[in-house]
Design a protein around this ligand. Sequence first.
Ligand SMILES: O=P(O)(O)OC[C@H]1O[C@H](O[C@H]2O[C@H](CO)[C@@H](O)[C@H](O)[C@H]2O)[C@H](O)[C@@H](O)[C@@H]1O
Ligand SMILES: O=c1ccn([C@@H]2O[C@H](COP(=O)(O)OP(=O)(O)O)[C@@H](O)[C@H]2O)c(=O)[nH]1
Length: 460
Amino acid sequence: MGSISGGKQNLIIVSNRLPLSVKRVDGSFQSSLSSGGLVTSLAGLTKSTQFQWFGWPGLEVRDLGDREEVSKSLEAHNAIPIFLDSTLAHEHYNGFSNRILWPILHYQSGVTFDDTPWQAYKRVNELFADAIVESAESGTLIWVHDYHLMLLPELLRHRLKQQGKACAIGFSLHTPFPAGDFWRNLPVRKHLIEGLLSSDLIGFHTDEYKQNFIDTCASLLDARTEIPNQIQYKNRLVCTNKFIVGIDPQKFTDTLQTPKVQDRIRTLKERYKGVKVIVGVDRLDHIKGLTQKLSGFDTFLDDHPELQNKVVLIQVAVPSREDVKEYQDLERDLCTMAGKINGKHATPEGTPLLYMHRSVPFAELTALYSVADVCLLTSTRDGMNLVAFEYVACQEERHGVLVLSEFAGASSFMSEGSISFHPANTTEMSEAIFKAITLDPSERKSKYEYLRNFVNENTR
Ligand SMILES: O=P(O)(O)OC[C@H]1O[C@H](O[C@H]2O[C@H](CO)[C@@H](O)[C@H](O)[C@H]2O)[C@H](O)[C@@H](O)[C@@H]1O
Ligand SMILES: O=c1ccn([C@@H]2O[C@H](COP(=O)(O)OP(=O)(O)O)[C@@H](O)[C@H]2O)c(=O)[nH]1
């Protein structure tokens, strides 16, 4: 959201997840960088802009002394924790945000609405509003992020008015916004849309998501939407727009040049001499199409026996939302599939699939991106997908090929420089992989240059 972040105003950023997640280790508190694209996309802002970042610290802290200790440790990063008791946090984050709202935003069917998590969602949005209004002054710009906090703009607007404070409110959605019929599945859909419409500006990753939202406002609330990018509702004018979220490519270039990463790259190159390396890095989430990816790779191995022992897929599946049953089931399914694929295609020389269910340190991630000939991303739906950007940022030398699902938001901007496919079509995926590993160097170079320019031009 360039226009919001560029100024020197007093800025408050709000998201459910803080850039650092806190854990209790042997009685004391340790914080580590949070996973996921929201943090990656906003972390780059710290270079140019000063702001306070409000969010949930990721664990329950009851004792007041402990709360002070956690707050102090986060203060150095301008992060301000909003403490929630564990049942409330669980119902808000796992129960409503990730079991109900997230699947609907990503076109998944079979979602069951439940009132208890919805009440928790409302309560958490209220607690966030209380904390933020206390810190905001007139003139502060409040920039709210993502689906966990859709009611927040309305709650803020109300409280700010009561306290006589005038603040602009921006909202960025990091997920898709689905076409009308999907949104209708949600019985509380009106409350959420009305909550958002108290913003001054609402940002989406693509024009499609933006237009779906505008159409929903017209059909659900009878809002006036004749003027492009504007929604008139209850005497307020709300602007909407597309803002391309991105990464800080320099961070990758700098890390790649460190001796430690250069050393690691040499080791990996030696290990995979004569082998085409395909990399996948995804949170372990249904939307990333990981079962589809493994099926597509299996088909590819069936289709190309001549490539036995000459191709490897290194798949990093970053643990995510592990308290949600659907995520636990997916993890079990993936483990089984990975075992079956290796059982079927392994030879005494090795296995074609390396499935890693853990997060990887940043230096290792950059080395992996750098040695991979192909990056395979198979999202069934995905707000943007910053892994696609990160892979490109690490491919200056190799000009590796991005094989990108047409359903990732990133595909709206990167399809010209990548190989696009439908993730549910295993034959198409197999052909896309084959095309990527056999693409001639001049085509690789021109695709890469297209993507490099895009990534370098959209750095936040
Ligand atoms: O906070 P978590 O539950 O651990 O999940 C991590 C983040 O996942 C989602 O990320 C989205 O934002 C990215 C950046 O805009 C985008 O590239 C990606 O397609 C989205 O899935 C979620 O929207 C974030 O709130 C989470 O923090
Ligand atoms: O072990 C890892 C591997 C990757 N990532 C990062 O997670 C982010 C994933 O963002 P993306 O937009 O692709 O998807 P999201 O997970 O937000 O849905 C990227 O910045 C990755 O570098 C991470 O935090 N831990």
